[in-house]
Design a protein around this ligand. Structure first.
Ligand code: WTA
Length: 702
């Protein structure tokens, strides 16, 4: 560990203000699913891995397993080996006997003039079966094949997921906000020959053409050797095609035109081995190639069922709204698979949080009687800024709320607690990742008090450790930060990176594994890629990524992906993406560009770079600023020093630059960039010690 980092860790200790505890109400405790502290005993390490039997027993198994955890191919863990089950059966069929007429989903379209739609378990059963029949008989897909979805927040998305699960086809949903090219890349990586998309969707008051992206995705896939045979297009308004983009004869089909041929068809759920992949979810990493996290059927489903029950405290009579996008892992686990295995009612919303005004979420909550609410700090910050007094105007009452996806500032947490939760709702701050399937860090809401800004202790059956760069443990209460790792496997952990098993080992396990031949899980701590510190009460505070991933509004963006997109512009010689602290989005991206000789900086080039990022990744990745600079600060070996430019963007001290090959460029860049930012009134607030540490270290870890 270098000197710089040591100093800033000590600084954290000095400046850190411990927050007060908040306690759940007696009313909440009286009804909670996990109210007896004996559960903590049952999940103690000496009961591992058998403790997870309790989660698996929430499911219906066609064949019970014989081995809870098989480590013979470490670190490719296998859970509940010998067991067979079907995820679609567990989410749908098994609820029919008692709850056929209960709402599985309540879907709220963005335009307030459109009625919300209730999809009962019976209706879901019908739709899933018919679409599964279509996939099987029209698309000829078979168990183990992959299908890519590029769908917005419409009920057709969970229907499509559950239809795949029914026939053992692996779904791979790409977030609707990603570009066609990003979708195409993921089609190639997963080897899908079917793309399921939608013509248009509503967002922020606009009807967005989505079909155009499908054409681009297919082109990119074909250029990279994967032919998409069929594009299935759901229509946002069935019977009416709302996109200006033409359909391609023989390749593109309207789902609502095909479905009548499958009316009333039933497809037997295929009994899948517990370790069969259920879906892929792509995430960014330190290289431009995204990683397809492969999630299992039995382990994953058990883990989301257990955590939904104990951490989300979902009861059959609750109306649960997770305000996330199903295009991200949060939506997969906590809009679809977790709540549905428990037979809950899950609310889905199509549009933007503040459309048409910042009272919208609270109107939805009031109208539907939502009592469990789940969202991300970005949304909370946005609603707080746009409508700080709105929640009080609506008569809803939450018993439970979740924050997920980014660190939450204590003052934002308090607004969430007092204003959104009206002082009545318990909050869980859940820390986890795409790779993890479900929560890693959280309080058990009835048993462990809340502490603003801290996710709490870790989840049941998760045994964490904070290690320094040399692999030495950092003790709780030491005031020092380090790399948070999980010492043990758990059922929700992904099985591998699709098609890149060596990358799975290298990225997540190689750093701290001392014996690669070992078949003992104790030798394989999982490296999460987050900095964290543990207070003396055992609570963890997650400080953010330690790799070169930037978390913008809860979206993980790889700097390499952003930089590769910028490098497609002819004039660009070098590109470096860095995070800036952003009031609403947590972090935003700033891009530094050096041009090839003979070119001069212009707005036109900046535009081209923005467009390249929009088309190659998606508008979510658009940099806040693109700075064209004469030269990048570099080490003598020619590496761009990202931490130096990150400091310039954030107005923080650039630290030691004596090792640079060209230290003189730093002053030039600083003058130009900071001058322009001051002129625009774009100066970040004073950073917390943890944020200073993050910026000062950015891009340092290999
Ligand atoms: C960050 C989202 C602080 C973290 C479920 C992690 C958080 C990355 C929290 C994963 C939290 C997630 N507090 N930071 N409660 N939850 N993160 O894969 O840096 O989209 O590594 O999964 O988000 O993002 P991902």
């Amino acid at each position: 560990m270098d000197k710089q980092q040591e100093v800033s860790e000590a600084e954290i200790a000095v400046h850190w203000k411990e927050e007060e505890y908040y306690y759940p109400s007696a009313r909440f405790i009286a009804q909670a699913n996990a109210a007896d502290p004996a559960i903590l005993e049952r999940f103690r390490e000496e009961n591992f891995p058998e403790c997870f039997r309790e989660y698996a027993d929430l499911l219906t198994w066609d064949r019970y397993w014989h081995t809870t955890l098989d480590t013979s191919d470490a670190p490719f863990w296998k859970w509940f080996v010998g067991g067979k089950l079907n995820a679609s059966y567990n989410c749908v069929d098994r609820h029919l006997a008692k709850n056929r007429n209960k709402a599985a989903f309540i879907w709220v379209p963005e335009p307030e003039t459109e009625e919300s739609q209730t999809i009962t378990y019976q209706e879901l059963y019908i739709r899933v079966n018919e679409f599964a029949a279509l996939l099987r008989d029209f698309c000829h897909v078979q168990t183990g094949d992959r299908i890519t979805f590029h769908l917005p927040m419409v009920p057709d998305l969970p229907v499509s997921m559950l239809a795949c699960a029914r026939i053992g086809v692996i779904h791979s949903e790409v977030f609707g906000g990603f570009s066609g090219a990003a979708c195409g890349e993921r089609i190639v990586d997963s080897g899908s020959h079917i793309l399921v998309t939608m013509d248009v969707y509503n967002r922020g008051g606009e009807l967005i053409d989505h079909k155009a992206k499908a054409d681009q995705a297919v082109q990119v896939a074909e250029a990279n050797g994967v032919k998409v045979d069929k594009v299935l297009v759901w229509r946002r308004y069935p019977g009416k095609y709302s996109s200006p983009t033409p359909m391609v004869e023989g390749r593109d089909f309207f789902v609502d035109e095909l479905l009548p041929a499958y009316r009333g068809q039933r497809v037997d759920p295929v009994s899948m081995p517990a370790e069969a992949p259920l879906f892929l979810m792509y995430t960014s990493g330190t290289t431009a190639r995204p990683k397809g996290c492969q999630h299992s059927t039995g382990g994953y489903l058990s883990y989301v069922a257990g955590t939904s029950k104990f951490y989300q405290d979902i009861h059959p009579e609750d109306t649960y709204w997770c305000f996330a996008d199903i295009g991200w892992i949060t939506g997969h686990s906590y809009i679809v698979y977790g709540p549905l295995t428990l037979g809950a009612t899950s609310v889905m919303y199509e549009g933007a949080p503040t459309y048409p005004d910042p009272g919208r979420p609270w109107r939805i909550a009031e109208r539907l009687g939502v009592n469990i609410f789940h969202t991300a700090p970005t949304t909370i910050r946005m609603l707080r800024k746009a409508g700080p007094d709105e929640p009080a105007k609506y008569n809803y009452h939450f018993k439970h709320m979740t924050t997920v996806g980014e660190p939450i500032e204590p003052e934002v947490w308090r607004w969430y607690y007092e204003v959104v939760g009206k002082g009545e709702a318990v909050i869980v701050d859940t820390w986890w990742q795409t790779e993890n399937g479900g929560f890693l860090g959280s309080t058990l809401p009835a048993l462990q008090p809340m502490k603003p800004g801290s996710c709490g202790p870790t989840a049941l059956g998760i045994y964490p450790i904070i290690l320094d760069e040399d692999g030495k443990p950092i003790e709780a209460g030491s005031g020092r930060a380090g790399n948070i790792c999980i010492r043990n496997p758990w059922p929700g952990i992904f099985e591998t990176v699709w098609g890149q098993p060596e990358r799975y080992i290298e990225t997540y396990y190689a750093k701290y594994c001392k014996n690669r031949a070992s078949k003992d899980w104790h030798d394989w701590p999982y490296f999460a890629g987050d900095g964290a510190m543990q207070a003396s009460d055992g609570y963890f505070r997650i400080l953010g990524r330690v790799d070169d991933v930037i978390n913008v509004a809860g979206h993980r963006l790889g700097t390499k992906e952003l930089e590769s997109a910028a490098l497609t512009v002819t004039e660009v010689a070098e590109a470096a993406a860095v995070p800036v602290i952003d009031e609403l989005r947590g972090r935003a991206v700033e891009m530094y560009i050096a041009l090839k000789p003979g070119y001069v900086a212009s707005n036109d080039i900046v535009e081209k770079i923005q467009t390249a990022i929009d088309t190659l990744i998606g508008k979510v990745a658009r940099p806040k600023n693109v700075w064209i600079v004469p030269d990048m600060p570099k080490t003598r070996s020619g590496k761009i020093m990202r931490r130096v430019i990150a400091s310039v963007s954030n107005f923080t001290p650039v630290g030691d630059i004596s090792t640079l090959a060209n230290p003189e460029v730093v002053e030039n860049i600083r003058g130009a960039v900071q001058g322009a930012k001051v002129a625009r009134g774009d100066v970040p607030r004073e950073l917390s010690p943890a944020e200073l540490e993050e910026i000062g270290r950015f891009g340092q870890v290999e």
